[in-house]
Write a protein that binds this ligand. Structure first.
Ligand code: ZN
Length: 477
């Protein structure tokens, strides 16, 4: 002990980076570990990018990540929570236990080459329009860097990487939460690709997905329509009702629907119709109020068209319970790393993307700004990380993997995720997460602060999953 202290002090003084911050040897080690694996990470990410597998079909993508974890000495449990593409990779023992989330599913219809103008690899095929190829890879690489420190005896505890499928549809983490897979964690880490690099401290939106089916009586559309009861009439009346409702809901509410079946041909009174409906609001509570109302309207539409109706819950997710104590750790590490820098070619690529999508040619985000205030009603999207964040304190980061203003869930995100702009965001995310985990492993007080904030924000709320009984909906292509 007496010998080690001066050495540690000496090493700490050595590692002073350009931002004028001291950097601990363990942080330096995780940065070097990630740099050393840069080409492997690019390779893994590019593979997942080209597989572009959608929700619950991510067998190759999950395998690449699980195999990579196993090759790096993790114990891997595959097919957890009744989902073949969900897995948990664990290394170490005892506390603290820190988890890190990794997604890898793609979106339908967004196939795109790594080019700055719209050019699908195969028209209509899926593509990584949310950057999840980078997401899973960066998180796993951060976990590997931590594993190496545990292995070398530099830090103590357990690291767990969670391979979480189907974020874009169905929300796979819901079933992992239900299976209790996060229960032994002290803290959970997470990130998401975006157009900016900063701690993610906004709650986003809670949502619910459900289907509405109308069933009537088929008949000839001209010869005997009086014998028909039209399921598509009910569908139209229902969506008309929803669109009138929009005037009487809070600005934070979003209602979307996708008509999945509106009848097959013009000369038959359709006896079946089906929609997928989504209701969002800034809180679970607010969302449920509108959800109840929108469900009731299906009955009204069915009465008007004299048909039967059926409502089936798909799944629902919470808004995120943010953690600013964790966010401030990320912030300090982002300041140590400094902004991402780009080559002239990358800036030109970004501006071409912006030109092709009708955005101002502002290039890429290259700032480190102070951590944002957390807004009560932040708007934005939704994530199944929300549910994880209500059962374990969750620290979230956003890292720039695409130019400023890039339309998300679009071909433009796919393009950047398959080239160096996306890769650079992935490296930054991986390093920031690993460095923040070093903070947590090295200092139990930091974990305590994160936990205390979690308890305060959660208050007396009892977490309740919004999913039907039974196994997850393993939809195949
Ligand atoms: Zn996403």
């Amino acid at each position: 002990m007496t010998m080690r202290f001066p050495i540690v002090l000496f090493l700490s003084l050595l590692f002073v980076v350009s931002y004028g911050q001291k950097i601990s040897p363990n942080k330096k080690a995780v940065m070097q570990s990630i740099d050393a694996r840069a080409s492997e990470m690019t390779n893994v990410s590019d593979k997942i990018w080209s597989f572009a597998e959608t929700a619950f079909n991510e067998s190759q993508s999950a395998k690449v990540l699980a195999d990579y974890a196993e090759a790096n000495g993790f114990k891997v449990d595959r097919g957890v929570a009744e989902m073949p593409t969900a897995f948990v990779a664990t290394y170490g023992s005892g506390s603290p236990v820190i988890g890190i989330l990794g997604e890898f599913d793609a979106l339908p219809g967004l196939s795109q080459k790594a080019k700055p103008t719209k050019d699908p690899v195969v028209n209509g095929d899926p593509g990584h329009g949310c950057g999840h190829n980078l997401f899973g890879t960066a998180s796993l690489s951060a976990a590997i860097a931590i594993k190496q420190l545990i292995e070398q005896g530099k830090i103590k505890g357990t690291i767990k990487f969670f391979g979480t499928p189907a974020e874009e549809k169905f929300f796979g983490k819901l079933w992992m939460v239900r299976a209790g897979l996060f229960n032994d964690l002290d803290v959970c880490m997470d990130w998401h690709p975006g157009a900016e690099t900063r701690p993610a401290v906004q709650p986003g939106l809670a949502l619910v997905d459900f289907t509405v089916e109308f069933t009537g009586q088929a008949a000839h559309a001209a010869a005997d329509p009086w014998n028909g009861r039209s399921a598509s009439d009910a569908l139209e009346l229902y969506t008309t009702g929803i669109n009138y409702l929009r005037e009487h809901i809070k600005p934070t509410v979003r209602i979307h629907y996708h008509i999945q079946d509106g009848g097959q041909v013009v000369n038959v009174v359709p006896d079946y119709s089906r929609l997928w409906v989504r209701v969002r609001d800034s809180s679970r509570e607010g969302m449920v109020t509108v959800y109840d109302r929108v469900k009731k309207m299906a009955e009204g539409a069915a009465i008007m068209a004299s048909v039967e109706y059926k409502i089936s819950l798909v799944s629902g997710i919470y808004e995120v319970l943010v953690n600013r104590s964790g966010g401030s750790l990320l912030q300090k590490n982002l300041e140590i790393l400094g902004p991402i820098t780009y080559t002239d070619d990358e800036i030109a690529f970004a501006k071409k993307i912006q030109e092709s999508t009708g955005k101002p040619q502002e290039g890429l985000y290259t700032k480190i700004e102070p951590m944002q205030e957390t807004m009560k009603e932040s708007g934005g999207g939704s994530t199944d990380v929300g549910d994880v964040s209500w059962v374990v304190p969750t620290i979230r980061l956003s890292a720039a993997t695409a130019p400023i203003g890039t339309p998300w869930h679009s071909w433009a995100v796919v393009a950047c995720g398959g080239m160096s702009i996306g890769h650079k965001g992935m490296f930054t995310a991986s390093k920031t997460l690993a460095m923040t985990m070093v903070d947590l492993y090295e200092d139990p007080k930091k974990i305590d602060a994160v936990k205390t904030e979690f308890k305060e924000r959660k208050g007396g709320h009892v977490y309740k999953a919004l999913i039907p009984e039974g196994p997850p909906p393993l939809e195949k292509k």
